[in-house]
Write a protein that binds this ligand. Structure first.
Ligand code: 5GP
Ligand code: MG
Length: 179
């Protein structure tokens, strides 16, 4: 594993290594396992960034799950565009079901607050949120995240599902932009 990488024009340095991420994902799964014993929640993976976190997390669960995918788009390059477009919607009816939204990162909170608002229209029995990363200093929306992996500074990161212009999602570790 190298300590620094280059994606297109930008350089990144190691921030959270693979073992650190995996240990934390396992810890979060243990917490969620305790809360969802005997239930079959819908796991709502917010594409594209959270596909890796979702895949790892659900394999540590000891209850059955239904996995669903939605896709919104708000990021271009390294900045949020502030406009959300829904590109892919839900297939399963969520009315009366328990839903766990899985995010890779909550930055301003705009994407997740939109997802929650939309989801609640369909009257699920409960909605909880897990995000692997949360940038507390970037939050602009009133979002409560139930299970947070790591609280991180307001820096642009890639790896473990997160991209820079679609590159870097496959990296097992998380890297931050080098200034
Ligand atoms: P928000 O709507 O909370 O501002 O941004 C949420 C989405 O923006 C995340 O799901 C993610 O796709 C993207 N995002 C936010 N911060 C970062 C970051 O540091 N790196 C990358 N690669 N994507 C980010
Ligand atoms: Mg995302």
């Amino acid at each position: 594993m190298s300590n620094s990488i280059k994606l297109k024009d930008k350089s990144f340095e190691i921030y959270l290594d693979e073992a650190t991420i995996q240990n934390r994902v396992r810890e979060i799964a243990i917490e969620i396992n305790a809360d969802y014993k005997g239930k079959t929640p819908i796991i709502l993976c917010i594409l594209n960034g959270s596909f890796i976190y979702t895949a790892d997390l659900i394999r540590y669960f000891d209850f059955p799950v239904i996995v669903e995918f939605v896709r919104y788009s708000s990021y271009e390059g390294t900045e949020s565009s502030g406009i959300i477009t829904k590109i892919l919607g839900l297939k399963t009816a969520v009315e009366g079901k328990d839903v766990i939204i899985v995010e890779d990162i909550i930055d301003t909170g705009f994407t997740i607050s939109n997802a929650i608002k939309e989801l609640k229209k369909e009257r699920p029995a409960s909605v909880k949120i897990t995000s692997l990363l949360l940038k507390p200093d970037a939050l602009q929306h009133d979002v409560h995240c139930d299970y947070v992996g790591f609280r991180i500074p307001n820096k642009f990161v890639v790896g473990y599902g997160l991209d820079y212009d679609e590159l870097g999602r496959d990296l097992p570790s998380i890297y931050k932009l080098t200034k």
